[in-house]
Design a protein around this ligand. Structure first.
Ligand code: SF4
Length: 375
């Protein structure tokens, strides 16, 4: 496949969490386990899963902020797996990271102008006489005004701080940005604005994104492809549309069923996962999802399923035999006429207000997923 920017092949990462008195590993946590995927320039791959699924670790492995235990990573045609720190300079410039909490990632003692000028000087992106002009340009690109250049991070709102973090990532003209939960710390009304900004920048600049989120409803609006992760492994990966209309893995179906619908008359089956997420320190044998899967059979307890299926791949022994997914996808039910008119009135009001476009938000209890839905 041509035009590939990133190729991740069988990457794993283990952490020693406890050592014996002789210094030998006594407990090892496998955060990422044999993950493979590729990403083309200008495309977005979303990594989705519950807390502890390994998605943030995978994002940092791609950036070589941590070293893989096994596997290979190719970026822009070059194997970066074993490069020494001083050899990683081109990767450091071409692949950037945006954090969940923009306030924690911005130096509170630096003005916005200094924050944006720092990477320009570090990577010598533009000559010194042009740096002030470039800083102004970066601010305009993310929807902020150059007159804000002397302000400090605490003088901005959460959404504005995330815009500054995006501008700082853009300063070095990267090809890839890893966005680690970039909107989950923001107010619901601001989330869609930041996602729209990321989409617009992608179209203008040809950026590729790895968009990490626990929220399938958010990634629906930005991802070309989605990889669902569970206990360090990808259990389903495919085009965004295919994953939403035809989810094949029982875990993906459960995540999708947790997305609230704005229509109080809509009916659908909510899949409640039984039990806790197994510990990554002691993952179950066989399919790691079998302790919570309602379709599990004896084979699932002993045999780990491979990720198979081409462009829409699934790691499930019974993916082809499961009942159709239609019963987990929201469908419209009948509601009383008066209630329908009321819902319709609010829908039109939201349309007129435009802006964020976020209709509802809900925090679910069962699986700890916080979800928002956008029209
Ligand atoms: Fe469920 Fe078995 Fe498929 Fe795992 S392999 S998701 S336990 S049916």
């Amino acid at each position: 496949m041509s035009g590939l920017l990133l190729e991740v092949d069988g990457v794993s990462r283990q952490f020693v969490v406890r050592r014996s008195i002789l210094g030998r590993p006594a407990a090892v946590l496998t955060a990422v386990d044999g993950v493979s995927f590729s990403l083309a320039a200008g495309q977005t791959l979303a990594l989705v899963g519950e807390s502890g699924s390994g998605k943030s670790t995978l994002g940092r492995l791609v950036l070589r902020l941590i070293d893989p235990t096994a596997g290979r990573i190719r970026f822009d045609g070059r194997d970066v797996t074993a490069l020494k720190e001083r050899e990683l300079r081109p990767l450091r410039r071409n692949a950037q990271l945006i954090f969940q909490d923009p306030y924690a990632s911005l130096n509170p003692r630096m003005t916005v102008g200094q924050i944006l000028a720092e990477p320009l000087a570090l990577h010598d992106v533009v000559p010194p006489p042009r740096r002030a002009e470039r800083v102004n340009e970066l601010l305009r690109m993310v929807g902020l005004e150059p007159r804000m250049i002397r302000r400090y991070p605490h003088e901005f709102s959460g959404g504005q701080r995330q815009r500054i973090a995006i501008a700082r990532a853009l300063a070095v003209e990267p090809k890839l940005i890893v966005c680690d939960e970039p909107v989950s710390a923001l107010d619901v009304s601001i989330r869609a604005q930041v996602i729209n900004l990321l989409r617009n920048l992608q179209q203008r600049l040809g950026l590729a994104y790895i968009f990490i989120s626990h929220d399938l409803a958010v990634v629906k609006h930005i991802a070309d492809r989605i990889a669902v992760m569970h206990l360090g492994r990808i259990v389903e990966i495919g085009p965004s549309q295919a994953l939403f209309t035809n989810p094949r893995h029982p875990y993906t179906r459960a995540l999708l069923s947790a997305i609230p619908v704005p229509d109080p008359g809509a009916k659908r089956e909510r899949i409640i996962l039984r039990g806790e997420t197994p510990s990554a320190l002691h993952p179950p044998a066989g399919c790691a999802f079998h302790t919570r899967c309602r379709f599990a059979v004896a084979r699932c307890e002993t045999e780990q399923p491979e990720l198979v299926g081409g462009s829409h791949a699934t790691a499930c022994h019974h993916a082809d035999e499961l009942p159709p997914a239609a019963n987990v996808v929201p469908h419209q039910g009948r509601m009383p006429q008066a209630l329908a008119r009321l819902v319709d009135a609010f829908r039109h009001r939201a349309d007129r207000q435009g802006g964020a476009g976020v209709a509802t938000v809900e925090t679910t209890g069962g699986n700890g997923l916080s979800t928002a839905r956008m029209p």
